[in-house]
Design a protein around this ligand. Sequence first.
Ligand code: NAD
Length: 493
Amino acid sequence: MPMDNAAAAAVQNNGISEYRNFVNGRFTAASTSLIEVTNPATGELLGRVPESSDAEVDAAVKAARAAQGAWEKRPAIERAGYLRKISAKVREHRTDLADIIVREQGKVRGLAQIEVDFTAEYIDYMAEWARRLEGEILTSDRPNETMLLLRKPMGVVAGILPWNFPFFLIARKLAPALVTGNTIVIKPSEETPINAFAFAQLAAETDLPAGVFNLLGGRGKTTGEALASHPEVDLITFTGSVETGSRIMQVAGKNLTRVNLELGGKAPAIVLADADLDLAAKAIFDSRVINAGQVCNCAERVYVERPAHDALVEKLTALFKSTRYGDPSREEDLHMGPLINQAGLDKVTAAVETAKRQGAKVVLGGKKADKGEGFHYEPTILTGARADMDIMRKETFGPVLPIQAVDSLDEAIALANDSDYGLTSSVYTNDLNAALKACRELKFGETYVNRENFEAMQGFHAGRRKSGIGGADGKHGLYEFTETQVVYIQGKP
Ligand code: NAD
């Protein structure tokens, strides 16, 4: 890459790529403070990204503000055209992008590739809304009056991202924001920023107007908080932990900035005695080892009717035992890689230790994996779980599955609903009435019946209780990026 060229995302420093912010259509001068990014499987240094200052945040927000008026004035179909150019670039570089995700997030190659391909599809899906964005015609109380409800862009959007699906989350924020006429400033997680700089490189190679999309590297407490508390941001769309979501709401409160929060989960999986236990075990296994258990919507606790308990545990144990895990940057065909960092490993280790102390029985795993370097944790099954145990209440975010025996569907539903979280839930049964009852009574944003937890782009991914405010995807997710204006036009008879 050419040195210090405003069209290149990175400059080389002793063989290490140092990335630069993308603001107002250019990669900026190198930042004074940098963050090192490493491979969680090996500790290898992958690159450095800016730790953006308040002044850099301010410049990015101002660039987004300056670009917004002209962007909004373009017909939506033109805005969609720019999105399609970006998705085409993503497809063109699909394997390189997956490779970055494998190395910086520790995701297995197959899933990293799915993430990249899904991202391109998601951008196209949101672009398709260009001709479908609709307002309403309202009925007036007055003679000769026309009343219209218009949907308008919010203005400047700030997107703050987590590390677990880092590339897809760029699209989940950017695509609906841009097609509805907003401009955006994105801050990726400090754990996984390089894929976002690669995305910026691709966007920079299109003719996307300057300032429409801006990217800032940085940590949460500094750059993230400066962005969330900036008075010229009109909407903060955040995906991450409950603690950070709560802090973002607090700082956004100062300016009464609207927030859209996609937070953590503690998804219950309810397995009834009549269920197809092979199907249930496989779906729960898939839902628990994917991304080493670091997925907001995946099965975090199981409630199984007593007659099916032993058989389900046996099937789950066999599947968990078969888990192939290791370093995805060196090994192919793995189920899972390492946890994201030492803090993640410590959190999962402590959660299992606490569960043991509180009386859970380790059927499989239960400790850090002996895999050399990297933050690997053994696939773990715990039985004898109870509602008062932390492992059934707090998000674990690791390959650990606690199982509780229950006497009825009513008991399972009551236990499932008794949670701070309300993102996703699942039920396994062949009894239609039981499935319908679960769907009626489970208080969650999503319920999966006889299948693994994985949302579709045309759905609406939204958490109840502490799992979030608002949601993403589909028509309802799109409209989160708009606000309304009611127009009263008084005509003459
Ligand atoms: P996190 O909250 O630690 O960090 C997320 C982002 O917030 C990062 O970019 C971080 O730099 C930033 N941040 C941290 N403190 C901040 C502050 N004070 N002000 C502004 N920004 C700040 O979350 P994480 O560890 O990256 O992600 C894991 C969490 O995300 C889990 O709880 C998971 O359930 C959740 N998640 C939810 C969804 C969903 O759709 N509901 C999807 C993926 C992940």
